[in-house]
Design a protein around this ligand. Structure first.
Ligand code: ACO
Length: 335
């Protein structure tokens, strides 16, 4: 039996910065409202056709692979988490295999929205621990901006989300006291529609009807979010799943060197920080600059924190996420 560990990290965000003031030019909102409710000052939006969920994921992956000190041919499995794939199918995992021009390794797409990277990491961990694979590429990437309702009708959702990608290489670690110690995954599908994009699913509608209707007011293609309900569930589930991970490993909140919560909303992160009595330097937030990038938020934040020297050998790093599904999870890492 082995452990797995993160050996390389990378992220990519488009260079087009969209401030709250920029948004207030196209919808009835304000910098003050957005900052007070979410903590967000700006986010990135793709501004060229060259940027897609896959292409950004590839850019993040190339950095992660280089930092892992391996060749891309050493990757033996790909896991890609996103809610905004380039195509309805196939998913972006195979597109990464193609665009990286690597051998015909397996590619798995994860559909767990804000928890997608945590789910992906957990899957990678199991494959490495079992000895099946040695180096797995785990990517979280999102292009939200092309799918948002950028009018006043969509403002409660559209101001929150941003575009970007993050990636990690997960490799075999022979020292079982290091690396990913445990992961914890949950879901509660009874709330599936509280945070969802319900089109173009085949659940209720025939695609021929959708094409025939071609209704520009069809809101089912835009994200719907019951904001306050999501908020209330998020703070509870974040706390539960962090505690579950700590208890599993006989640890306490004071042992955490760095908590990286999915960047849903600064107020959610602050609630969790307070609940566990953590200092500011024990929690990493960057939602102020990138907004909520869903599956990409944890790998972007983890990479940034690592680049700033906030993640050091021996540190206890806790990743935690909650989002659409509802799904939630945590990963406990001894770096
Ligand atoms: N600008 C200005 N006013 C707005 C905006 C906006 N962008 N959006 C909504 N409003 C208005 C509403 O229309 C409403 O007006 P009314 O009182 O006249 O009806 C008022 O502001 C209050 O709206 P609420 O939805 O009640 O605002 P709330 O305080 O709940 O804040 C928010 C909304 C920020 C979405 C909040 O519910 C929240 O943080 N929810 C958590 C969900 C979250 O973080 N989701 C992230 C994605 S999911 C995930 O990653 C877990």
């Amino acid at each position: 039996m082995y452990n797995s560990k993160i050996t390389g990290l990378g992220y990519y965000v488009p260079d087009h910065v969209v401030t709250n003031d920029d948004l207030s030019k196209v919808m009835d909102t304000s910098d003050a409202w957005i900052q007070e409710r979410t903590g967000i000052k700006e986010r990135r939006h793709v501004n060229s056709e060259a940027d897609s969920t896959t292409s950004m994921g590839v850019k993040a992956a190339e950095i992660a692979i280089e930092r892992a000190g391996i060749d891309k041919e050493d990757i033996d499995f790909i896991i890609f988490a996103t809610l905004s794939p380039d195509y309805y199918f196939p998913g972006p995992g195979v597109l990464v295999q193609r665009d990286l021009e690597i051998k015909t390794v397996g590619a798995l797409d994860v559909r767990n929205q804000c928890s997608g990277f945590v789910y992906g990491l957990s899957v990678a961990d199991q494959y490495v621990k079992s000895g099946m694979y040695n180096n797995i590429l785990v990517i979280g990437s999102e292009v939200h901006s092309r799918g948002l309702d950028m009018t006043t009708r969509g403002r409660a959702v559209s101001v929150i989300f941003g575009d970007g990608a993050g990636a990690a290489v997960v490799s075999r670690e022979d020292d079982t006291s290091r690396g990913i110690l445990s992961s914890h995954l949950h879901s509660e599908g009874q709330y599936a529609e509280e945070l969802a994009v319900t089109a173009p699913g085949m659940g209720k509608r025939w695609v021929t009807d959708i094409l025939k209707d071609n209704d520009p007011n069809d809101e089912s293609y835009y994200p719907y979010m019951n904001g306050q309900f999501v908020f209330k569930n998020a703070v509870v589930r974040f706390s539960e799943v962090i505690l579950e991970g700590l208890q599993k490993n006989g640890l306490q909140a004071s042992d955490i060197d760095l908590l990286i919560p999915h960047q849903a909303n600064l107020r959610i992160s602050q609630f969790v920080q307070k609940k566990f009595g953590l200092r500011d330097d024990q929690v990493y937030n960057n939602i102020t600059h990138y907004g909520n990038t869903t599956a990409a938020s944890i790998p972007i934040a983890l990479t940034e924190a690592w680049e700033k020297g906030k993640v050091k050998d021996g540190d206890l790093v806790v990743l935690a996420a909650f989002g659409s599904g509802f799904t939630w999870g945590s990963v406990i890492i001894r770096w």
